[in-house]
Ligand binder design. Structure first.
Ligand SMILES: *Cc1c(COP(=O)(O)O)cnc(C)c1O
Length: 415
């Protein structure tokens, strides 16, 4: 069947009509356990009554006014995000890629405003994902995303995390910033150890570089804190958010210190839709819930339970699974074979997961997931693994082989 959608995505033959909490329902009444959450977007699950109320109330009042006038809900959300973080100012965008574009422009402008306009290059890392705009595919540095789109946008250099000599060789008088995800999402759930972030912070301080953290996937409670970088205790200069912050309503944000943002003056950057009243009403409602007493404790309890169960599954299916990866409620299994096989086997068990690069099947349940749903997920993963083994019964069983350093669960070597 030819469809009138540009075929850049290849969706599974699944479609859903409505959702409640951690569950999705198809037209024919089938019920799927949703451990994809629209790729870590529906942080509060489907149909959360407080989000519905916030959106409906705002929809009846005002949708869009533009940045020609003040948007009180945006000022309120920015105020709350800065009070809860390292940041002094916030720029609202509509997506992760746009938030990252703002971050890179801000870093360049910072140096330009400081009298060092030659500093425009940004160092990113292998396994990164920063979005699909022309600049962000250059930042991501993944060959498949760059192919056929003409010359790679200049100004991005890619290092291997943990290779400090290699990083040192890339840093030059033209470097403006270092940019990375504290937990790599699309790249395969490698987590950056706190020691690595601390050392990167030191390098940035010594050389006058800005540290940009892409928390589009890891932020808004995913790891059991509002921002994943809080686990390391460091203060970044710029942080980007998107996915979880809108709970399913499209929005992004670029948070920064006043110093990092000092070049961004009236007229230097903009967006038509960013920070519109609808997105801001939902963003404020998401924050109300995420910042509620006990919310992060719940995420950590669920994460620990899920981790234990995944490790148990890995032990039983060592010939299929070589690693349990991730942090908080962004966890996954690294497979010896094709992760899509497990994703499909999970469909047969009526459960959604997300494939990632590096052989990983990713699980990003709603942060509101219940203990019995975590256990139910483990049961379905277990069943899917058993089914896969049955299918490949004639295949030679392989013991878990030792991992190469470049594909270990944490990025890089200890400094
Ligand atoms: C999803 C993602 C992006 C891109 O976000 P879009 O909203 O698709 O532009 C950027 N960075 C990270 C870490 C992501 O997970």
């Amino acid at each position: 069947m030819t469809r009138p959608l540009l075929p850049v995505a290849s969706p599974f033959e699944l479609a859903f009509e409505f959702g409640r909490g951690s569950w999705l329902y198809s037209q024919s009444g089938e019920r799927y356990l949703d451990f994809a959450s629209g790729i870590a977007v529906n942080a509060l699950g489907h149909g959360h009554p407080r989000l519905i109320r916030a959106l409906k109330t705002q929809a009846g009042k005002l949708w869009h006014t533009s940045n020609l006038v003040r948007v009180p809900e945006a000022e309120r959300l920015a105020q709350r995000l800065t009070e809860a973080s390292f940041a002094d100012v916030v720029f609202f965008a509509n997506s992760g890629g746009e938030a990252n574009e703002a971050a890179v422009k801000m870093a360049r402008k910072h140096h330009s405003a400081t009298g060092r306009p030659e500093r425009y290059r940004v160092v990113t890392f292998d396994g990164a994902f920063h979005g699909r705009s022309l600049a962000m595919i250059a930042a991501t540095g993944y060959a498949k995303y760059l192919e056929g789109f003409g010359p790679k946008v200049d100004g991005f250099d890619q290092a291997v995390l943990g290779d400090w000599q290699g990083l040192d060789a890339l840093l030059s008088a033209q470097t403006a910033a270092i940019m990375l995800e504290p937990v790599q999402g699309e790249g395969g759930l490698r987590t950056v150890e706190p020691e690595i972030l601390i050392r990167l912070r030191q390098i940035c301080d010594e050389r006058g570089l800005l540290l940009i953290l892409d928390e589009v996937q890891s932020g808004v409670g995913r790891t059991g804190k509002l921002f994943a970088h809080e686990w390391s205790g460091i203060k970044p200069d710029i942080v980007t958010l998107a996915k979880g912050i809108g709970g399913g309503f499209p929005m992004g944000a670029c948070l920064a210190t006043r110093e990092a943002a000092k070049g961004m003056l009236p007229g230097s950057h903009g967006t038509t839709f960013g920070g519109n009243p609808l997105a801001m009403a939902v963003g404020n409602a998401v924050l109300d819930i995420v910042l509620d007493a006990g919310f992060f404790e719940h995420v950590l309890e669920m994460a620990e339970l899920f981790r234990e169960l995944l490790v148990g599954i890995q032990r039983q299916h060592g010939e299929l699974i070589c690693d349990v990866r991730g942090a908080g409620l962004l966890q996954g299994l690294r497979l010896h074979g094709d992760p899509l096989e497990l994703v499909h086997a999970l469909h047969a068990e009526r459960m959604l997961s997300v494939p990632a690069r590096d052989g990983v099947v990713r699980f990003a349940p709603p942060l509101t997931v219940r203990p019995r749903e975590i256990k139910e997920a483990a049961r379905r993963i277990q069943a899917a693994c058993t089914a896969l083994r049955g299918k490949s019964g004639s295949r030679q069983s392989r013991p878990g082989k030792p991992e190469a350093a470049s594909s270990s669960a944490t990025l890089g070597l200890r400094p």
